[in-house]
Design a protein around this ligand. Structure first.
Ligand code: 5GP
Length: 253
């Protein structure tokens, strides 16, 4: 039996070579990390939930004309994606103060922002993904001004879509992080949404109770992370059968 080639292993996902050139298989692990991997755990079922949720969000985004790397889900933990050249930036959109913005500006978490704010962080674990400005990005050549304009408008469209979707299931989208990649069509490059959109990379608060339904549950020891993600999936109708754990094969005689 041939072993497939691992292309890259990150904190929450593994990429394998895909069946055709220009494709990859993205495998969602159960590993959870926080604070630049200083806190680690294995959360049974997280990978299955994030695979489904990311599929759901990316499919919806494709339907409103936002290009994504998602091609199709292959199984419980894997999806086929387009290979992209990842831009080394985390694009963060914030609707309410929380996390590092709340800390940096001494704001109370949950304070509504006057308008959605887009931030960029350099993807560099050794430096702790520092906040960078558009000036840094263009001066150091991480992205051009035209790329930056495209990234901001894509991020704001994703924010509108995700905010509306979440509002419909009684959840406030506080903030989220996306990653964007380049694909080449001949000599022309296009930017497409890559990586994942899941409760690992969003802050999601229940509108009624204020309960957190995202990775802060793990970061701040607030309860069972998989239960929180399952709640989001259940409200979206993404897991009708509620099967999130691998079923062991049984021998049929
Ligand atoms: P903050 O800057 O407040 O820590 O994060 C803002 C938003 O981006 C949150 O929704 C957070 O989950 C997400 N985010 C920021 N950095 C990362 C990261 O390295 N990985 C993931 N999965 N999400 C991140």
């Amino acid at each position: 039996m041939a072993r497939r080639k691992k292309v890259y292993e990150g904190k929450a996902k593994i990429m394998y070579e895909g069946p055709e050139p220009g494709t990859l298989v993205q495998y969602f692990k159960d590993d959870a990390t926080a604070f630049n991997a200083q806190k680690k755990a294995v959360i049974d079922g997280k990978g299955v939930l994030n695979n489904r949720l990311s599929e759901y969000f990316m499919t919806g985004l494709t339907q409103i004309g936002i290009p994504t790397h998602f091609i199709r889900r292959l199984n419980m933990r894997e999806q086929l994606i387009r290979q992209v050249e990842i831009i080394p930036l985390e694009v963060i959109v914030r609707n309410f103060a929380a996390g590092t913005l709340a800390e940096r500006l001494a704001m109370e978490e949950g304070t509504p922002l006057p308008r959605p704010i887009v931030e960029f962080c350099l993807k560099d674990d050794k430096l702790g993904d520092p906040l960078v400005t558009e000036e840094h990005i263009s001066a150091f050549g991480w992205a051009s001004q035209a790329d930056l304009d495209d990234m901001v408008s894509m991020a704001l469209r994703i924010n509108d879509f995700m905010s509306g979707l979440m509002l419909g299931i009684g959840i406030k989208l506080i903030d989220f992080k996306i990653e964007i990649g380049r694909v080449w069509d001949g000599d022309f490059q296009r930017l497409i949404l890559a990586d994942e959109i899941s409760p690992d990379s969003c802050r999601l608060w229940d509108i009624e109770t204020g309960d957190k339904l995202d990775k802060d549950v793990f970061r701040r020891d607030l309860g069972d992370l998989a239960d929180a993600y399952r709640e989001v999936a259940k409200r979206l109708g993404v897991l009708p059968s509620n099967v999130t754990h691998a079923v062991k094969p049984t021998l049929i005689n």
